[in-house]
Design a protein around this ligand. Structure first.
Ligand code: ATP
Ligand code: AMO
Length: 434
């Protein structure tokens, strides 16, 4: 087992074995310092040429940066060392020597392009800031799971190989499934509804979605992580309540448990937890407010999708997370329910960060006849969705839910410029490996 001491836990007075990567070597002549890095931080290893065994000093000085070593020695208090402690080594064991030519400098003395970083993600995540993003992402997912459980939702996993799409035909990745046409799933939408119709009632899923988006933008991925919720006997208001709770819980957990990571990213001071409830603006108010900003060349009219510049202008105007509710029925998918008293208005909503959309959701059409009409209106063949629509014959409760883009949540939370920073190994038009 791993019996080493994390560098952050090394205490003066102790004899410790630390292990990690050679971050830096500073040779000052009579004395040299090796900075060893592990997941917890860094520690100084002192090499004193006249005082120590020649072979030991030579092993230390011959190390190339990023080699992996184990060092055993006494931990001493040393106010001149970066962390006030250093290790006086008795032995240095080289576990894996690194090439002297590295594609990327984990000490960040040399900047690297995003594409070089993504091509060499392992080295990239040896940078403090790289590591910090994924530790925060993990905390976001942990907190989201906890918030869902507090909302009585059960975690589910639904198939990613499917027979039909739901979110628009052009964005499907086709695959061959034993000679039959199949697709990578764009959203767990229909499956989460099928489970909301069971006694499980309230469900959530955190899993991949696949979208053959043509655009290469800083906020689209071809494989993304969707955080989905669906609840029986919920309407769109209830769904929005759960949505803002989950998002606020994620921010709170990061504020509480990820201070060092926020510091590594240089955002600890300005990091704030959004206040709930988030403002809820109708689509009509949203377009009026966008038009009033004067930021768009052409005024928006009822039925228009909100252009990116419009979303930004409204985001600046509102200044925090907010919902847009009561969308025109014609621009929301077939599974969203319309208002009883006005069929042109849907119960669909989006949740926005000032920079971009994070969530879509709504109350679902649980009345089979209306659902089938909706398929037809959207040019979809209800026959192909028989596995889904038949369930609506056997008792389907009113239900509502939403999908939140996990990477967009992390990206906006950490003010990252590009969504690819929030994925370990992003899939985009140009990138299929690593
Ligand atoms: P010492 O104070 O240990 O006798 P030195 O003067 O013999 O140090 P030098 O080789 O002259 O050793 O030190 C070079 C530089 O390294 C000096 O600026 C010294 O302050 C610094 N230094 C020496 N020991 C340490 C240490 N353990 N951690 C950090 N810096 C050190
Ligand atoms: P929608 O298609 O709006 O809704 O997706 C929900 C959220 O998922 C994220 N997202 C993406 N993130 C990165 N790259 C992409 N290509 C991408 N596509 C989507 C966004 C978006 O807001 N079934 C509905 C949800 C529901 O009604 O429950 C759906 O999928 O953050």
């Amino acid at each position: 087992m791993d019996e080493r001491t994390y560098t952050a836990d090394a205490e003066p007075g102790q004899t410790a074995t630390v292990a990690g990567w050679v971050h830096e070597i500073r040779d000052l002549g009579g004395i040299a310092f090796l900075i060893l890095r592990d997941t917890s931080g860094r520690i100084q290893i002192k090499l004193e040429k006249d005082e120590m065994d020649d072979e030991l000093v030579e092993t230390g000085l011959d190390l190339s940066r990023e080699s992996v070593v184990t060092v055993t020695g006494d931990v001493k208090e040393e106010p001149r060392a970066p962390t006030d402690v250093e290790v006086v080594p008795e032995s240095i064991e080289v576990l894996s020597a690194a090439d002297t030519e590295l594609p990327l400098d984990p000490t960040e003395k040399v900047d690297a392009e995003l594409s070089t970083r993504l091509d060499n993600r392992t080295l990239d995540l040896r940078r403090e800031a790289g590591q910090a993003v994924f530790e925060i992402r993990s905390e976001v997912l942990r907190a989201a799971r906890e918030a869902f459980r507090a909302a009585d939702a059960t975690e589910i996993n639904t198939p990613k190989i499917v027979a039909t799409g739901t979110e628009g035909g052009t964005e499907l990745f086709p695959i061959t499934y034993f000679g039959q046409e199949a697709f990578m799933n764009q959203s767990p939408q229909l499956f989460k509804q099928l489970v909301a119709g069971s006694n499980v009632e309230r469900v959530f899923e955190i899993g991949p979605i696949f979208r053959a988006e043509e655009h290469n933008t800083p906020r689209h991925l071809n494989e993304a992580t969707s955080i989905d919720f669906e609840g029986a006997f919920c309407d769109h208001h209830d769904a929005m309540d759960v949505c803002e709770d989950v998002v606020a819980a994620a921010y709170e957990a990061v504020a509480e448990n990820c201070e060092a990571q926020l510091e590594a990213l240089g955002i600890a001071e300005e990091f704030t937890v959004p206040e709930t409830p988030f403002p809820r603006l109708s689509y009509e108010e949203a377009i009026e407010r966008i038009n009033a900003t004067g930021e768009l060349d052409e005024q928006l009219v009822w039925g228009d999708d909100l252009p990116t510049e419009g979303e930004r202008a409204l985001g600046d105007d509102v200044g925090g997370h907010y919902f847009i509710t009561d969308w025109p029925a014609e621009i929301k998918p077939f599974y969203i329910m319309d208002h009883d008293d006005d069929e042109t208005l849907s119960t669909g909503f989006d949740m926005m960060h000032p920079r971009m959309e994070l969530v879509s959701g709504g109350q679902r059409e649980h009345r089979r006849e209306q659902l089938i009409e909706g398929f037809e209106a959207q040019g979809l063949d209800p026959e192909a969705f028989e596995y889904y629509t038949k369930v609506f014959k056997y008792g389907m409760p009113p239900h509502a839910g939403w999908g939140l883009g996990g990477e967009r949540l992390v990206m906006t939370m950490l003010d990252l410029d590009n969504i690819r920073e929030a994925v370990l190994f992003p899939r985009d038009r140009q990138r299929l490996s690593p």
